[in-house]
Design a protein around this ligand. Structure first.
Ligand SMILES: *Cc1c(COP(=O)(O)O)cnc(C)c1O
Length: 383
């Protein structure tokens, strides 16, 4: 008897990834590492990933939201944390400054908000000024940049400790837009330097660029998806990185059905022959993408197709004439191959990977792990 479903988080694989990313794969000792634990550590559990990262000597953690930073502080984290995404009047800004969290500032409005929050706490806010080098999301447009830099330098309530930006195509090693963004970043750095800014850290690269573009590493690399052993893109060399998450479930029931028997809502699949169906108690309510096409899971050492619509709580798997019965283990995704397996978690047995699921749903591995629902317990295993 096993759990209905669980995500096994292989902390040995995580430690191994942190060691690999702390080495030459992401630059030398002059490059600092920030592990990104937003969205509950990409579905792996932010607090656990943060704890293991600190143990591995990671000086920086990164999150999108101030509330995510506060969660880490509540869990006892005392190291450097950067949060970068908030709306005007975010009530967590004051708490973040009181909790010694670094904040990103990408506009005069954000500067005003952070300075006001700093004044309220009686502290000087540590800010990372963000320039938009081409992504077109957050960050200051280059023509407004000199004004933002000057205002930050002039503010007694903030100290500029970082200058940063984010790449559009870090997942593609030789993307020409990365060259353009690096050039734009250089210009923004020069403007900041002329204004007297001496940042502790200049940072641009996320996982894909950190692994494939040494010229994008500057003083610090921001490592999200690579930490979890999921490829940022198909052309990024993952080296010794290993998948950290295995999603497993237990067969709830099986039954023989005759030729022509339909399966799941709207009967979009009918048995082409007499066969055995296995009911797996995991569905889109747990984060499986309902629109995945051609998805498989591993049962009894074989990849078997999910047939019919993925429902909220369950899927049906065609296991043919294999001797599958209730209580058998189902691996939905995992390391895939034995040599990619963690030493503590289940080794790869040929099951689908997160990247396979991403391909079946025409999405990216990031979405597959991040959307895994809170109904699925995470179980942490040590090496
Ligand atoms: C999510 C995020 C990252 C991490 O990206 P990965 O591709 O997962 O390494 C880095 N920087 C910013 C600004 C992000 O939003």
């Amino acid at each position: 008897m096993g759990a209905r479903a669980e995500a096994v988080i292989d902390l040995a694989a995580l430690r191994s990834n942190l060691a690999y990313l702390s080495g030459p794969a992401c630059g030398g000792p002059e490059v600092a590492r920030m592990v990104i634990v937003k969205a509950d550590g990409y579905g792996h559990g932010a607090v656990e990933v943060a704890r293991v990262s600190r143990e591995a000597g990671i000086p920086w953690l990164g999150v999108a939201l101030p509330s995510e930073a506060l969660l880490l502080r509540t869990a006892g984290d005392t190291g450097r944390i950067l949060a970068w995404l908030y709306a005007p009047g975010d009530p967590d800004l004051v708490a973040c400054l009181a909790a010694d969290v670094d904040l990103s500032v990408g506009s005069l409005g954000m500067l005003r908000d952070v300075a006001a929050a700093a004044a309220e706490t009686g502290r000087v806010a540590r800010v990372h000024l963000k320039v938009d080098t081409g992504l077109g999301r957050g960050g200051c447009a280059p023509d407004a940049w000199p004004e933002l830099v000057a205002a930050a330098v002039a503010s007694p309530d903030v100290e500029v400790v970082g200058v940063w930006s984010h790449l559009a195509s870090a997942d593609i090693p030789d993307a020409p837009e990365t060259d353009e963004q690096i050039a734009a970043f250089e210009q923004a750095l020069a403007v900041a330097e002329r204004a007297g800014v001496r940042p502790e850290v200049r940072h641009l690269a996320s996982s894909g660029a950190a692994l494939s573009r040494p010229d994008s590493r500057y003083d610090l690399v921001r490592l999200g998806i690579a930490t979890y052993g999921v490829p940022p893109g198909p052309a990024i060399d993952m080296g010794a990185l290993r998948p950290v998450m295995t999603l497993r479930a237990t067969v709830a029931a099986t039954k023989r059905v005759p030729t022509g028997h339909g399966v799941s809502y709207n009967l979009t699949w009918r048995a082409p022959r007499e066969t055995t169906l296995a009911l797996v108690p995991l569905g889109y309510g747990d984060g499986l993408p309902r629109t995945a096409r051609g998805a498989h899971v591993l049962i009894g050492g074989e990849r078997r197709p999910i047939v019919g619509r993925i429902a909220m709580d369950q899927v049906v798997v065609d296991v043919g004439d294999a001797p599958v019965s209730a209580g058998d283990e189902v691996i939905v995704w995992g390391p895939g191959q034995p040599d990619r397996g963690g030493s503590a978690g289940p080794p790869g047995q040929g099951e689908p990977t997160v990247s396979d699921w991403a391909a079946w749903d025409d999405t990216i591995g990031y979405e597959i792990v991040t959307r895994l629902g809170s109904r699925v317990p995470r179980r942490y295993v040590e090496g």
